[in-house]
Ligand binder design. Structure first.
Ligand SMILES: [Zn+2]
Length: 285
């Protein structure tokens, strides 16, 4: 879990206009254009309240939902037959999010980002006016997008919640039995936090539960540990001792922390392995 650069609200209306201009049918195009002022207000509300709390609080802050005919008019803006307007919108978001973090899903930090999640669902029953809002679109993996679904509950907002500013909230318990090493991830509340930090922590805990992330990370860790052991074994063959093994693991944990922040499961796994004497002895008897 990590933050990504936030797209600019100033660009958002340009993409709305692009989609409207490429809408099929003169009447439908005009109907959507007539709702532009309303959409401007909703976009501004979204940005204003995005940092106010959980998604539920954000929803309340957005005020009464649109009327049925307004929702129907805006429904379907997020679709492929729009002259490529949605594609241009998505490309612009991704151009602002380069670097290693953009290569994986920011919700789970495991899967490749292949789908676009609407943070507040764009379904007609929810927020069709946010269907093409750049601030509401996050590229995620299919697993997270599917598990999040269209009935939303509190989940981390990649662009707003201070995920990188939180202390490490993940813990991994290691069990070494013979040659077998098992990892079990849990979410833990940081000690002595401010109210703001505690709010983000609670959202993070709900996010992990909703997406089943601790189970995913515990499973992913098995392959990861096997690869780590294979690499460390090469070092031991070249003369590394236990102190070298620990140092190597800690260095990797620090470099991953710098790249991906304090709540990246793999960085936390490396740090835990460095602290686990039975694991170090297993690798370097
Ligand atoms: Zn994911």
């Amino acid at each position: 879990m990590w933050n990504l650069p936030r797209p600019a609200l100033a660009d958002a209306l340009g993409y709305f206009d692009d989609v409207v201009d490429n809408t099929r049918g003169a009447q439908r195009t005009q109907d959507r254009r007539d709702l532009r002022a309303l959409v401007v207000r909703r976009y501004a509300l979204y940005e204003k309240h995005a940092s106010a709390g959980t998604l539920r609080a954000r929803f309340a802050a957005l005020g009464p939902s649109l009327g049925a005919s307004q929702r129907a008019t805006l429904n379907g803006m997020y679709e492929s037959r729009d002259g490529g307007a949605c594609g241009r919108l998505k490309s612009a978001i991704r151009r602002g999010q380069t670097g290693p973090r953009s290569a994986r899903c920011p919700y789970c930090a495991v899967g490749p980002p292949t789908q676009w999640d609407h943070v507040l669902p764009e379904a007609v029953a929810h927020f069709p006016e946010l269907a093409v809002l750049n601030l509401n679109l996050v590229k995620t993996c299919g697993t997270c997008n599917g598990r999040k679904g269209t009935v939303w509950k509190p989940i981390l907002h990649t662009y707003w919640d201070a995920i990188d500013g939180l202390p490490g909230c993940l813990n991994v318990a290691l069990s070494v039995q013979g040659a077998s090493v098992e990892a079990t991830f849990t979410v833990e509340r940081p000690a002595n936090t401010s109210r703001d930090v505690d709010r983000v922590y609670r959202t993070l805990a709900a996010h992990c539960a909703r997406l089943g992330l601790c189970d995913i990370w515990s499973s992913e860790a098995q392959l990861c540990i096997a690869e780590i052991r294979a690499e460390l074994a090469l070092g031991v063959e070249d003369g590394d001792d236990q102190a070298d093994v620990e140092r190597s693991l800690r260095r990797r944990a620090r470099s991953l922390g710098r790249l991906y922040g304090p709540n990246y499961w793999e960085g936390i796994l490396y740090a835990a392995l460095a602290d686990c004497a039975p694991f170090v002895e297993l690798v370097c008897p």
